[in-house]
Design a protein around this ligand. Structure first.
Ligand code: HEC
Ligand code: HEC
Ligand code: HEC
Length: 449
């Protein structure tokens, strides 16, 4: 018997060795030769400018720049269910950045998530979308990055547990989930729609936040734009599962993406505010193309309801007895702005129009009430004070239950105490006491709440 178990054991070992060798062979990528960092003046300024706009659409700065660090010098901790991955230095520094990367090495990284040395990169770097970017656009991005200020800085080591810290495993992930060139191009649609599809599915990687992920962290193929997660925010569903009380159309999407605000939908906040602020420098035609494509994806026309119907329905006085405490807080702290029809920047939308309250996930609403809504740089955008310091957890839960009953729809939210505690723990905005809104004139004045 002992002999037999030894045979079994050696078969198992052999299988493991063969398997490991096979996966190593399948995962191996060659290193691409280092080059001397190219001189910035060897790049055509027009291509560099094009690369700047593309980098804005791709949010490269959002992940590759940390507050207080150099532009594109990396080091941002990106949380994943498997641990934390830190973004790389993508400045042209020869030692710590990508200064010694040829254009070919850069294009390979964008296309197939492999670094110059041939190591697999984590899909936290959204190359599952960037793989759809054209080679010409990759070249412009390369020209833009290689003409930035080189910064000497190495990111902290990733904090991933075994087996997720073993990069060759990423090859298996790619076999399952990395599909290039699957951007829809539809002969029955306009050129604008095609351009929108190219941007949204590729460089703009909208789905990386708005699509739910499976257990291996890949976007679920049959649930595109059904709503996802990012930094304790819910990235709302944008497909026909959208909870927006008024249907998104091209003009509303365009206004929201261009200016961060639309009167039937309110403002973009949290990670979406960053997306919008990056889009501020992008050509109007590209923002419109994104809106055209997304409107086509969003809810079916039969769900369309004009804003005034939505608002009228909610103000039929549905304020049940059970919610008197929440109602009192709403009247004292919120109604003066949200029911006053005051102009920007201090007038808020009627809350019956808010996706945050209609959504089955209460986190965004909690984030908004705790931190308020800040002004978008350079825009005459809305401002709401944060209430973190003036509303305690019990009051907050009462307020949330009231808002959901009055402006949202069943079912009521559950576990709100925990949601509020989590939101306070992750809140990054300063907790300074909010100003009394009555001190602020209803003017175009901009500033920090
Ligand atoms: C959602 C966050 C995120 C966004 C957006 C993002 N990156 Fe990254 N990127 C990362 C992370 C994290 C890594 C490190 C991955 C790893 O270590 O495996 C990375 C790695 C890279 C690398 C490999 C560098 C190296 O030294 O190995 C390149 C090149 C790169 N990114 C370029 C870009 C460009 C260009 C854009 C914009 C078009 C961009 N990234 C947008 C998170 C992001
Ligand atoms: C970094 C993550 C992230 C990316 C990338 C991103 N979004 Fe968002 N988006 C969010 C979050 C989070 C919200 C909710 C913000 C809030 O509550 O204000 C949101 C909200 C929205 C909304 C409002 C939906 C509603 O019903 O109120 C629209 C529309 C939208 N995003 C479109 C887009 C488009 C189009 C793109 C690509 C160009 C995109 N988003 C890329 C995270 C993201
Ligand atoms: C000083 C005026 C002011 C006060 C007070 C105020 N808000 Fe706001 N609120 C705004 C403005 C302005 C916005 C941004 C425009 C918008 O999205 O409606 C906003 C946005 C919101 C949104 C997001 C709506 C959406 O989905 O776009 C919610 C939810 C909200 N406020 C709830 C509240 C609650 C609850 C209170 C009371 C605790 C409150 N607000 C107090 C001005 C105010």
């Amino acid at each position: 018997m002992a002999g037999q178990s030894r045979i079994v054991a050696s078969v198992v070992v052999l299988a493991l060795v063969v398997g490991a060798a096979a996966s190593f062979a399948a995962s191996w990528r060659p290193s691409i030769a280092a080059i001397a960092p190219p001189r910035p003046d060897t790049f055509d300024p027009a291509i560099v400018k094009q690369g700047r706009d593309l980098a804005a659409i791709g949010n490269c700065n959002s992940c590759h720049t940390v507050r207080g660090g150099g532009n594109y010098a990396g080091g941002l901790p990106v949380p994943t269910p498997f641990g934390t991955v830190f973004s790389s230095n993508i400045t042209p520094d020869g030692e710590t950045g990508i200064g010694r990367w040829s254009e070919e090495a850069f294009v390979r990284a964008m296309r197939s998530g492999v670094d110059r040395d041939g190591r697999h990169l984590y899909p936290t770097f959204p190359y599952d979308h960037f793989t759809n970017v054209s080679e010409a656009d990759d070249r412009a991005l390369y020209a833009f990055l290689m003409t930035r200020e080189p910064v000497h800085a190495s990111p902290p080591k990733n904090e991933l547990s075994f087996p997720f810290n073993y990069r060759p495993l990423i090859a298996g992930w790619k076999l399952l989930y990395l599909r290039s060139a699957d951007v829809r191009s539809d002969a029955t649609k306009s050129a604008e729609w095609d351009r929108g599809a190219y941007l949204v599915e590729g460089l703009a990687h909208c789905g990386s936040c708005h699509t739910p992920r499976n257990a291996l962290g890949a976007e679920r193929a049959n649930a595109q734009f059904a709503g996802g997660e990012v930094d304790n925010w819910h990235a709302y569903a944008l497909n026909d599962a959208s909870h927006a009380p008024v249907r998104w159309d091209v003009d509303a999407l365009y206004a929201y993406l261009r200016h961060g605000w639309h009167s039937d939908h309110g403002t973009a906040r949290g990670p979406m505010a960053e997306v919008v602020s990056n889009l501020a420098s992008v050509a109007d035609s590209d923002v419109r193309a994104i809106a055209v494509y997304m409107a086509d994806i969003s809810a079916a026309p039969e769900r369309a309801r004009p804003a005034d119907t939505v608002v009228a329905q909610s103000s039929q006085g549905d304020a049940p007895q059970a919610h008197t405490a929440g109602a009192a807080i709403y009247v004292a702290a919120c109604a003066s702005c949200h029911e006053s029809k005051r102009p920007l920047p201090y007038g808020g939308v009627n809350l019956a129009l808010s996706t945050a309250i209609a959504s089955p996930d209460p986190r965004n609403l909690v984030n908004i009430v705790l931190s308020g809504v800040g002004a978008v740089e350079g825009e005459r955008s809305p401002i709401m004070p944060g209430f973190a310091a003036s509303i305690d957890d019990a009051q907050m839960v009462a307020l949330l239950n009231y808002l959901r009953a009055r402006f949202g729809k069943p079912p009521a939210w559950t576990d709100l105490e925990q949601t509020v505690r989590d939101a306070r723990a992750t809140q990054t905005v300063s907790l300074a006491a909010p100003p009394d809104p009555r001190d602020s004139p209803d003017s175009n004045q901009r500033g920090k709440p």
